[in-house]
Design a protein around this ligand. Structure first.
Ligand SMILES: [Zn+2]
Length: 603
């Protein structure tokens, strides 16, 4: 009897031990492999069942291949919705993994960290003052498209996901144009939560060096001063020193000027609003890009992400008011800017020509001539750590800047533009009846497109732009976009032609460059004769052009078009007239009462 009871108890203990085995799938595989999406969700569902007051799983979208997109909401006291987070003055941190699914440390680190918050009691207080919104795999279809051959530069796990989603789009170039269903779902999640801080987890490509992790935040010139001050204090002054105390070696993001010789210095990798951190900047939110180093063992890379995210959450949780104050101040400053007649907004950024010095903890390397490439072949020697003092050109300065209007007017027929305003949660009003307005427009000439597609678009590379006054009748249903809103910088990026990710540059308005009516050559022959007879100056410039431009002189069609394009028959087509208009404060005030509100609500 006694013996039977004992064995029954031992059996129960064994059962309890296996039920309490919270080893994650990657840990169980000694980090040789990373789990499938189904196994990832199964583990998260187990966590939710064990700690339903701490962890909640939600579906926030569906992929092109029909897979659910899962987000985990985690909070010590069950603060699972944005209104409750705001009421409790808890910052919301959005942590995302697998936007590039071959770079998947953030998923495996996230499972371990959630376990240690929710069930093992290792870091039970991490989410007392923070709400964590965690996307374990952003590009789910790309994650399931796994192969040993997707990332040649990287040291494990055995199979890696593919950078593109099922429509071959790179989600980390899609933030502004928002083509992918995954990005549309992310934007809705973003607007619902309006996170106070974004952490985006990747793995590098590029050079070999000692650091196990590099990181990037947007340049202070792209951010409200309150946000860059928060980033400097929280990340640079507090979290990174604590991270290195744990035995890690971290560096700012390392983009080498010349991949074949690290001694030539580092440059800013470019970023911009199409990337996660650049988009967060437009939305007045600080953001951190984490890049573990691809050649370190996968276990070390997962541990690197675990430790850094833990320290970041600890920092935010220890000073929640500091982050909330910074994001609130940035939003308020953007709204207030609408009433500043002297405001300027930078659309592009140039490298600061003045470098600083940077100490690179690298490796010795050799350069040899390659008869394959005909160039230099760099080979690192990771057994020989070596320090190099090099130039750092990461600093940026504002490039092209504009005076923001009080509001933009998007005529109703430009549905693709209005639809993007909706995707980004930009507030606007629809005009209730046709309205004739005077506003500033742009005339765009000499367009040049890229010769190859980029992310499914032939981008508009170059054009000439001049501001012109226009009188336009806006049809009913046109969108009036005031800039006294917190997401004003997103509207500016979408609608100012010169912005690097403007809808014009992505090709959504290419048709404005097309003449739809033409003149038959036999008809234009007479038109040209009539114009030359009337206009001696035109006669002189035409003769000069024939003399100076042999290709033109040899092109009979171009010679006739020279006259057609200078005629009223061409001018009437408004070729190159940018349809979006810029309203000044007076025009906006005059228009506001006749516009009816029908815009998405803005938190
Ligand atoms: Zn990446």
């Amino acid at each position: 009897m006694h013996r039977l009871l004992l064995s029954a108890l031992l059996g129960l203990a064994a059962f309890a031990a296996s039920a309490a085995d919270w080893t994650t799938p990657a840990e169980a595989a000694q980090f040789r492999t990373t789990p499938s999406y189904a196994d990832t969700l199964a583990y998260l569902q187990r966590l939710q069942r064990a700690a339903p007051g701490v962890i909640r799983l939600e579906t926030f979208g569906s992929t092109p291949q029909g897979r659910p997109m899962t987000v985990v909401i985690a909070s010590a006291d069950g603060t699972f919705d944005p209104a409750a987070a705001r009421a409790a003055h808890k910052p919301v941190v959005l942590l995302q993994a697998g936007i590039h699914p071959g770079e998947i440390e953030g998923k495996d680190a996230g499972l371990m960290l959630l376990r240690d918050i929710a069930v093992t009691g290792k870091v039970p207080h991490l989410l007392d003052q923070v709400v964590l919104v965690y996307i374990p795999v952003f590009n789910v279809d790309g994650h399931e498209n796994a192969s040993p051959y997707h990332r040649i530069n990287q040291n494990g796990p055995e199979r890696m996901g593919f950078r593109g989603q099922a429509q071959y789009l790179n989600l980390n170039r899609d933030y502004v144009k928002a083509d992918a269903p995954e990005m549309r779902a992310w934007l809705k999640l973003w607007q619902r939560w309006l996170p106070d801080f974004l952490i985006d987890v990747h793995t590098t490509d590029g050079a070999d060096y000692q650091y196990d992790l590099t990181w990037y935040t947007e340049d202070p010139h792209k951010l409200d001063p309150a946000l860059s001050a928060w980033q400097r204090d929280a990340i640079v002054k507090h979290v990174m020193p604590a991270y290195e105390k744990r035995g890690h070696l971290a560096s700012i993001y390392l983009e080498f000027k010349d991949g074949r010789d690290p001694r030539k210095g580092i440059i800013n990798f470019g970023s911009g609003p199409r990337f996660s951190t650049g988009y967060a900047a437009l939305q007045n939110r600080p953001a951190l890009l984490i890049e573990t180093h691809m050649l370190k063992p996968y276990a070390n890379r997962v541990r690197a992400v675990y430790d850094l995210v833990e320290l970041l959450l600890e920092q935010v949780g220890a000073h929640p008011a500091a982050l909330l104050a910074a994001t609130a101040q940035a939003d308020a400053a953007t709204i207030a800017r609408a009433h500043d007649a002297n405001a300027r907004v930078a659309l592009s950024f140039e490298p600061d020509p003045q470098p600083t010095r940077f100490e690179l903890k690298g490796y010795a390397f050799t350069l040899s001539h390659s008869d394959i490439s005909g160039s230099e072949w760099i080979r690192y020697d990771p057994r020989t750590p070596k320090r190099y003092t090099i130039d750092n050109w990461n600093g940026l300065l504002p490039g092209v800047s504009i005076a923001p209007p009080a509001a933009y007017a998007v005529p109703a027929p430009w549905t693709a533009v209005i639809e993007r305003l909706d995707a980004h949660g930009i507030a606007y009003r629809r005009t209730a009846r046709p309205l004739t307005i005077r506003a500033e427009g742009y005339q765009l000439d000499d367009p040049v497109w890229a010769s190859k597609p980029f992310e499914g678009h032939l981008m508009l590379r170059d054009f000439r732009l001049r501001a012109v006054p226009r009188e336009v009748t806006l049809p009913a249903g046109s969108a009036i976009v005031p800039l006294d809103q917190r997401a004003a910088n997103v509207a500016i990026e979408l609608l100012e032609p010169q912005a690097p990710d403007s809808l014009l540059r992505w090709g959504f308005l290419d048709a404005v460059f097309e003449a739809k009516e033409y003149g038959e050559p036999r008809v234009v022959e007479q038109l040209a004769r009539d114009m030359l007879a009337r206009d001696p100056a035109l006669k002189a410039t035409f003769a000069q052009k024939l003399h100076d431009d042999p290709a033109f002189a040899a092109d009979s069609r171009a010679r006739l078009m020279y006259f057609f394009e200078r005629s009223p028959w061409y001018a009437a087509q408004n070729v190159g007239a940018y349809p979006v208009l810029r309203l000044d404060a007076a025009a906006w005030r005059q228009l506001a009462p006749s516009a009816t509100a029908s815009s998405p609500s803005q938190p």
